[in-house]
Design a binder for this molecule. Structure first.
Ligand code: MTE
Ligand code: MO
Length: 393
């Protein structure tokens, strides 16, 4: 598409904040320090994890940039930014989480393949843009459609970046048409992040935001939308981001046996401490994030300071002055909660956090039980080894 261009090397990457921890330089993959996540409910763009599979695209001429919508629809259409901005603007707070969040820890039990991430491949932002349900009405697809007259059942998002995994082709993925045309699913074509135009790393000029679903489906630098009969056949839908049982390894894998991962499960992480931390004896404030997929809220966060023998309930919050109630209209259903609890620690111990979502789903205790060869969705209990230091403190 004219107006948006994908470089084939890394000579024109955008500037990035120096505090980000780089997990891979080219393509650029980086996450903030843990403390940045609990510093505020909304994650500033500078500190938001960046997950790329190729060089960052460049906008040459925003006036000429358009998204083509075609496939199993009556009329194809090119939508320019002005067409998208003409639709009602929605601002939705959504936590994006990479399926590879906490992969490094999973790899410690048994090696997995993929970029290593600590616990910060996650961030929470207000995304501003048009609802995909409204956009699809422009090509004659009404709200709550499961199949178009021409047999379309999935909505494919195609980018322009050049990805090795796609043999130099663009990143792409799809979601079901029912979700895309459901206004309550809040799927956005977003042009703003936290009230500012998207920056290049996060998908300028336009990206998809699929709330409650692994980050991989929120395609950046959107080039075209295809209405298709089967789900997208791209690498990242069919040969990646699928959940396998611990018994499957690279010598016996059959990718076709599993569905592409969509919703993410309940997750929580302590961000106020590193995995091995030296602390002063006495009162310690423990804080972190908890989030679940599919729009499920967080019912509870349990913290243990005796290795899981006894548990304390942490307080949860989203916005200051507003009590957090999962399922309440005033809560951001697609967003994380931050949690906090003050504990008394006098000897070296293991601190653990686990969350429960509004469907009473709870995190698995052991990483071994959910080990999978691609190292996705490590949502096992988060554990900190706390060493109490009595001297030099
Ligand atoms: N075009 C494109 N879209 C993409 C990706 C990509 O590499 N290219 N990465 C995906 C993955 S795996 C994640 S987790 C999110 C990361 O979004 P962020 O970099 O804005 O945090 O974008 C998704 N969308
Ligand atoms: Mo991801």
């Amino acid at each position: 598409m004219p107006g948006l261009r994908a470089p084939s090397d890394y000579a024109a990457e955008p500037p990035r904040h120096p505090c980000l921890k780089i997990n891979s330089k080219e393509p650029y993959n980086a996450e903030p320090p843990r403390s940045a996540l609990v510093a505020s409910y909304l994650t500033p763009a500078d500190f938001f994890y960046k997950r790329n599979h190729g060089p960052i695209p460049i906008v040459d001429d925003i006036e000429r940039y358009a998204v083509t919508i075609s496939g199993l629809v009556e009329n194809s259409k090119d939508l320019f930014m002005k067409d998208i901005r003409m639709l009602p603007k929605h601002e939705v707070t959504v936590t994006l989480q990479c399926a590879g969040n906490r992969r490094t820890a999973m790899s410690k039990t048994r090696k997995v393949r993929g970029v290593g991430w600590d616990v910060s491949a996650i961030g929470n932002a207000v995304w501003g843009g048009a609802k995909l349900a409204d956009v699809l009405q422009l090509v004659g697809i009404p709200e709550l459609t499961s199949i178009t007259k021409f047999g379309g059942k999935h909505v494919e998002f195609v980018s322009i970046d050049k990805c090795k995994e796609e043999k130099g082709g663009p990143y792409k993925s799809s979601i079901p048409l029912t979700q895309a045309t459901n206004p309550e699913a809040d799927v956005l074509l977003a042009y703003e992040m936290n009230g500012e135009p998207l920056n290049r790393d996060h998908g300028y000029p336009l990206r998809v935001i699929v709330p409650g679903v692994i980050g991989a489906r929120s395609v950046k630098w959107l080039d075209s939308i295809n209405i298709i009969a089967e789900e997208c056949q791209g690498f990242f839908m069919q040969k990646d981001y699928k959940m396998f049982p611990p018994s499957v390894d690279w010598d016996n894998i059959d990718w076709s046996t599993r569905r592409p991962q969509m919703d993410f499960p309940v997750q929580c992480v302590i961000c106020s401490l590193e995995d091995i931390s030296t602390i002063k004896p006495g009162k310690v404030k423990i804080s972190g994030y908890a989030v679940s997929g599919g729009g499920r809220g967080i019912e509870r966060v349990d913290v243990s300071v005796d290795g899981g023998k006894t548990w304390l309930e942490a307080s949860r919050f989203q916005k200051s002055g507003v009590p957090y109630i999962s399922d309440h209209a005033n809560s951001d259903k697609w967003a994380w909660v931050l949690f906090e609890v003050t504990v008394d620690i006098h000897r070296s111990t293991e601190i653990i956090a686990k969350a429960v979502d509004s469907a009473a789903n709870v995190q698995p205790e052991k990483v071994e039980d959910i080990w999978n060869l691609r190292g996705i969705l490590n949502t096992s209990w988060h554990r900190i080894q706390a060493r109490v230091g009595h001297s030099n403190m």
